[in-house]
Each structure stands twice: as C-alpha cells, then as structure tokens.
Write a protein that binds this ligand. Structure first.
Ligand SMILES: Cc1cc2nc3c(=O)[nH]c(=O)nc-3n(C[C@H](O)[C@H](O)[C@H](O)COP(=O)(O)OP(=O)(O)OC[C@H]3O[C@@H](n4cnc5c(N)ncnc54)[C@H](O)[C@@H]3O)c2cc1C
Length: 496
C-alpha cells in the first residue's frame, strides 16, 4: 500500500497535522495508525493531562523571578499566549467547518487565576501583573490583595485561610479548560471520513525503514488482534507517538536522533466529585513551584469538564516511572531506550538532577495526608474524605546534551526532530504540550512539506485555518487585529 502521508498516533499532534494537511490539500492521501483501540488514550486523553489551555495567564513558571530593578520579564508569557492563539483559531476553523461538531465537549471558558501566599511572592506577583497588563493580550487582567475580592473570584481559596497570611492573586476571564482528547477524537473521525484517508486503530507501528531508492519510508504495521504485519510505503512520516516516539525514531536510524534520551515522569491527581465542593469553584488556579518540583509539577486547582461532568482536580503530583506509555508501556521502556549515543546524557541527568530524582521518588510515595497539606495551601478547608488519588498521564521529557551547556539539563520543551531530507519528523517532549499543538504542527508542515504552502490558493486556505499564521500579533500595532481575530475565534468556539 502507498500513501502520501503516514501519521503515527492518534493524539492531538498527529490528528492536528492530519486535519491541517487535508484542509490544505484535499488531494493528499493520509493514513493514521494507532496502537490502542480508541483515539487519544495516552497524554491527550482528558483525564491524563490538566486540560489547561496554556496561554501564560496564570502559569507562574513562564515568568521568572523579579530582576534587580523589581520588574518581571514577561516575554515568555506573551509568546506562549500567542502560540495558544494559533490553537484557538485553528479549532474555531474546525468548528466552522463542522470538523469539531460540539465545541462544548472540547472547550470550557474559565477564569485563570494565579495565587501566592508568602511575603516574598506578593511583590513578585504584583510586578508580574504590572508587566503583563501593559500588553494587549493581558489587558483584562486584574490584581488584588483584598481577601474579599479574591474570595469573590474563587471562594474556596479564602475560606478558612489564616488571616495573618499575606495573599495576592491575579484574575483574568478568557482562559480555557480544554479536553484535548475530545478534539483529537473529532479530528480522527473527520480524517477517517475523507477521501484517500483512513485511520486504523489496534495497529502498532513496529518498524521504519528508508525506501531503497532513498525517497520515503517503508513502515511496518502490526494488527494487534491478528498479529498480521503489513508494509506501507509513505512519502512522509510523522511520528506523533508521544512516549512511543523515541523508540520509533531510534528504529528509523536517522542520525538526527543520536544523543537524545527520554526521561519519563509519571503523574497523579487528587480529585473530588462532591457536588457541593465542585459547585463552589469555577476557575483554574496556579501557584508557585515548591523546592525541586519540576515546572510541570507546579500545583494547581482546576475545574475540569470531562464527558459532560464537572469535577475539581488538584495536582499533578509527579512520580518516578520507567514507562514511556500508560497503555502497554513497560518498566523496561527507559532501560531499552539507552543507546551508546544517549547513555552519557541519561547518566548525567541522573547525577546532576539528583534533587529531581529524589523529588520524584518522594512524591510517588507521599501519603494522602501530605498531599492534603499541599492542597490546603490552595483550599484551606479541604476535607480528606472528599478527595481520592487517580493516575495522570506520563510525560517523556526529551534529554540532550547541548554543546556548551551544563551537563544533564532536562529540557522540558517540545522538540521536533526532522531528518535532513525532511521525509520523517517526530515530536519529543511534552511541554507546554497540547496547547501548542497547532503552532508546532504548522512549523513541522512549513519545514517538511513547504511545497504545500507555495500557491496563493494554499496560502488563502491556511489563512482561513489560522488567520495570523504569518503575522505577528504581539506587536503593539497588531492590537486591533488581534482583538478582531480573537473575538471571532472565541465566538465560534462558544467561549463568549
Ligand atoms: C500530567 C500531565 C499534565 C499535562 N497538562 C497539560 C495541560 O494542562 N495543557 C497542555 O497543553 N498540555 C498538557 N500536558 C501535555 C500534553 O498532554 C501532551 O503534550 C500532548 O497530549 C501530547 O500529544 P501527542 O499527540 O504528542 O501524544 P499522545 O496523546 O500521547 O498520543 C500518542 C499516541 O501514539 C500512540 N502510539 C504510541 N506508540 C505507537 C506505535 N508504535 N504505533 C501506533 N501508535 C502508537 C499512543 O497510543 C498514543 O495514542 C500534560 C501532560 C501530562 C502527562
């Protein structure tokens, strides 16, 4: 069998690329292979991630500590906001085109709040707010140290809190809770309905070999039920296999993967479904990282809307794991990914991030009472009987020793690795993750399949999908254009 494009995995990345490509060039043939029986059962599944539409509004990890002059550098938060804007626009296009049929299953509008509660953090949050507020993306943001006002925004945060404790919060409407799994499902279903396309579930990609002529790939896929193997010729392969991407890339033998390792970090949530508690909190509230906590384990208290039901999630609590995937992953995934080219990076991560490794081991073994103590930093009156611990997804962080960089740095970013001839591309890493899926897949398309964007018609199609795909919305002069595009997208998505 032959296909123009072969996508591995049915999470938010592959499914986004599939829709984008097919919308750009309806003549393309696209095949998507997924090992699980249903779409988006790994990191993109609603229960496996926090569902935060990361827009830099509430996540303090995007804004470092105050500079000597008291200001806070907000540039990263501004660019994260713009990256997420790509996703909002693309999903709005999908809603207009009927690709996403029910936006309410996919996105919920929620205020995004940052909360701090120590003497040192209050001036930091104020300086952060002052930096952000000047930018048109963050104009609607408010800052307060007034307990009553903060209680109005999110009552659970203030009830029962020590009156002597200094507190401050920022609040902004227009944030989102996103069910990335539901968006992936809509995208997969639509891809399957298109001409020259199909999605195959229960099919594992087991090998990737360069075609002997040097163009394209022979991809071996195994039907998990029958054990039967099939070889497919693909001109372009996207490895969007989440935690399964590194082992597949290693099988492809492309030199670009040399030196990369994967460092899995498991996770858990605390959840309450008590309707009385759930009804009192309608926001995503982020705090600050404690001690050696990696940025992705900064605690937050989130309203979640999954499968039509509202709940309250707190976490994530990071945990040590050797597995790269939830479904069918094995504790040997990490040792089996070790190669002569990445063993040094992996050993250095162990040696130079001992605090992180100890933190992960400790978090996994934490008692419920110790988790409740962390929760009470946000919700002082929380009762243990209302909360239970559930598993979250696994993030496999990409590790690579960069020349001139301190050894053993764990990169929390998302890395797209592409072969020199641009016939295969893969995504490693998982932060900021699903929120930037549109921007990352657009970049992949521009890098690997630039000919698809050459014609005026293609450019017009892309502008319809992502109106600001070749414009900068960050600059001051783009304020009015941003407001116009943003409001249209929010309306299409039923978020205003
Ligand atoms: C605890 C946690 C919290 C997070 N919170 C957020 C958040 O709030 N906001 C945010 O934007 N992001 C968040 N993320 C990150 C986000 O979930 C991921 O970046 C994103 O879902 C990755 O999507 P993906 O398509 O690359 O991978 P996945 O969704 O993992 O999809 C990969 C797919 O490939 C399949 N697969 C694997 N191997 C094979 C094979 N050999 N053959 C065929 N199929 C294969 C898998 O079964 C899976 O379905 C979070 C992640 C975690 C773990």
């Amino acid at each position: 069998m032959k296909t123009d494009v072969l996508l591995i995995g049915s999470g938010i990345m592959s499914s986004t690329l599939g829709v984008m490509l097919k919308e750009l060039n309806p003549a393309l043939s696209v095949q998507l292979y997924e090992v699980t029986e249903k779409p988006a059962q790994e990191a993109s599944n609603g229960w496996n991630n926090a569902g935060t539409g990361h827009a830099g509004i509430c996540e303090l990890s995007y804004t470092p500590n105050q500079e000597e002059d008291g200001t806070v550098d907000v540039s990263k938060a501004i660019s994260v906001f713009e990256d997420f804007e790509y996703s909002l626009q693309f999903w709005a296009h999908a809603a207009r085109r009927g690709i996403i049929k029910d936006t309410r299953k996919c996105l919920t509008a929620l205020p995004h709040i940052s909360l701090v509660h120590t003497e040192e953090q209050v001036p930091y949050l104020k300086a952060r707010y002052e930096g952000l507020k000047k930018h048109h993306f963050f104009e609607p943001m408010s800052f307060s140290t007034d307990r009553e006002e903060i209680a109005d925004w999110a009552p659970l945060l203030m009830k029962g809190r020590d009156q002597e404790q200094p507190v401050a919060a920022t609040h902004m409407d227009g944030g989102t809770d996103v069910n990335f799994g539901e968006i992936s499902r809509s995208f997969c279903q639509w891809i399957d309905e298109q001409e020259n396309c199909c999605t195959q579930f229960g099919h594992r990609v087991v090998d990737l070999n360069k075609e002997t002529s040097g163009k394209g790939w022979i991809v071996t896929v195994r039907n998990e039920e029958t054990g039967q193997k099939e070889k497919i010729y693909a001109e372009f392969v996207f490895v969007g296999a989440g935690g399964g991407s590194l082992p597949l890339l290693q099988k492809s033998g492309i030199p670009e993967v040399n030196g990369y390792g994967g460092f899995p970090i498991g996770g858990q949530w605390m959840i309450t479904r008590n309707p009385d508690v759930v009804a009192k909190h309608t926001a995503k509230v982020y705090g600050q990282a404690l001690g050696a906590a990696p940025t992705m384990a900064v605690p937050h208290l989130d309203t979640r809307m999954i499968d039509g039901k509202q709940s309250l999630l707190f976490g994530p609590f990071a945990a040590w794991t050797g597995k790269f995937l939830h479904n069918g992953g094995s504790h040997f995934d990490l040792p089996l990914s070790v190669r002569p080219g990445n063993i040094l990076s992996l050993m250095r991560v162990g040696m130079h991030n001992l605090d992180l490794v100890k933190y992960l081991a400790g978090q996994g073994l934490q008692s419920k009472e110790s988790r409740m103590r962390e929760l009470r930093n946000f919700y002082p009156d929380a009762l243990a009987e209302d909360w239970e611990v559930i598993d979250a997804g696994i993030r496999v962080q990409a590790i690579k020793q960069e020349p001139g960089e301190e050894p053993g740095i764990v990169h929390y970013g998302t890395e797209v690795i592409t072969s020199a001839d641009r016939t295969i591309s893969a995504l490693l890493g998982a932060s900021p993750g699903a929120s930037v899926s549109t921007q990352v897949m657009l970049e992949c398309l521009q890098r690997c399949l630039p000919h698809l964007l050459e014609s005026d018609e293609a450019k017009e199609r892309m502008t319809d999908m992502i109106p600001n795909w070749n414009n900068d919305l960050k600059v001051d002069s783009a304020r009015n254009r941003y407001l116009e595009i943003h409001e249209k997208a929010m309306a299409n998505l039923n978020l205003i």
